[in-house]
Design a protein. Structure first.
Ligand code: HPA
Ligand code: ZN
Length: 326
């Protein structure tokens, strides 16, 4: 009975959320109106009704359409600020936000507009909400490595406004090995490196992310449960997995949360964390994910504390901050 209150109140880090995935339908329509963008949906209700996903790609098609309303620096600021306020309410003390610059630069929105809008919201979050927030630039893996290299190059003038790079979008058919050069360059620049791996694709993608991209965290990683040797390695190396239960449910990776392997991952000694991925599309923010996951499993308060501790340990926050939150 105390568990829901503990889950809500415990200080936590959110390490896997795509800021474009925090755009609620109401904000999509408000921004469309502000920017005179025509949407292929007549109403908020019609848009929400389209959120019936069968797999990752069926989601991505709608997610990229939603992001098309973002044009100005203020749009990016407003989106991130709305999320950060919501995160503060969930007792998130540290948020590391993914953003997809290629989704915007391809539409003619300058890199500077994207980064400065998001970055200003992160700065205000620290000052006004007490939330430590940072940005991770993601490459779209359905595009080429040359385009990823160009994107990193284009972002260099704002190198101090993001802390790392990631890899997202359509996974199957776009393995980590495709991005070895751009990840090597990012590491050389002192950027943190993470990658989505093992969301829908097999455990081999997780091995490649570790061995070829040398990532510091695996985003999702839930397919590791199909590979016993990999599970042992992830536990031994304390390699963080940023797990997103409601995303996995909505994208039919684990259609029933009672079959979700989160408890198995924790009990096997892996550094698993709980995150919202795309909260506006998957039915909830980080505390909603925790609540749903605990309601569907027999995890206890020890699992809750472990998840909170894991999230802070796995964050890229300064060690002094981590010590204060733990
Ligand atoms: N997987 C891959 N790409 C994404 C996701 C995801 O869950 N969310 C936004 N882009
Ligand atoms: Zn994701």
């Amino acid at each position: 009975a105390q568990l829901p209150a503990l889950l809500a109140a415990m200080p936590k880090a959110e390490l896997h959320m795509h800021i474009e995935g925090s755009l609620e339908p109401e904000m999509i329509f408000a921004l469309a109106q502000r920017n005179s963008v025509t949407l292929p949906y007549p109403s908020v209700e019609a848009l929400r009704a389209a959120y019936a996903f069968t797999d990752l790609q069926s989601f991505l098609d709608i997610y990229y359409a939603g992001a098309s309303v973002l044009l100005t620096e203020q749009d990016f600021y407003d989106m991130a600020w709305a999320y950060l306020q919501r995160a503060a309410a969930d007792h998130v003390v540290r948020a590391e936000l993914f953003f997809d610059p290629q989704t915007h630069t391809a539409r003619g929105v300058p890199m500077q507009t994207v980064i400065l809008g998001l970055s200003r919201a992160c700065r205000d979050a620290q000052a006004q909400l007490g939330v430590s927030a940072a940005l991770i630039l993601c490459f779209l893996r359905h595009l080429s490595e040359d385009e990823a290299l160009q994107t990193l190059q284009d972002a260099l003038p704002w190198r101090d406004h993001f802390i790392g790079v990631g890899l997202d979008s359509s996974e199957v058919g776009h393995p980590p090995e495709k991005f070895q050069r751009v990840f090597a360059r990012a590491r050389d620049m002192g950027l943190h490196v993470v990658a989505h791996a093992g969301e829908e694709a097999p455990p081999e993608y997780i091995r490649q992310a570790l061995d070829l991209l040398k990532v510091q965290r695996i985003d999702h990683g839930v397919q590791a449960v199909r590979d016993k040797g990999l599970m042992q390695r992830l536990a031994r190396e304390r390699m963080p997995l940023t797990v997103c239960p409601l995303s996995n449910q909505k994208l039919q990776v684990f259609p029933d949360l009672r079959d979700h392997p989160l408890k198995a991952l924790l009990d096997a000694g892996l550094c698993a964390t709980v995150n919202s991925d795309d909260p506006a599309y998957f039915g909830g923010y980080v505390n909603d994910n925790l609540r749903a996951m605990f309601a569907a499993s027999n995890m206890d308060a020890r699992h809750a504390w472990q998840l909170a501790a894991n999230s802070i340990d796995a964050s890229f926050a300064p060690p002094a901050d981590k010590a204060a939150w733990r």
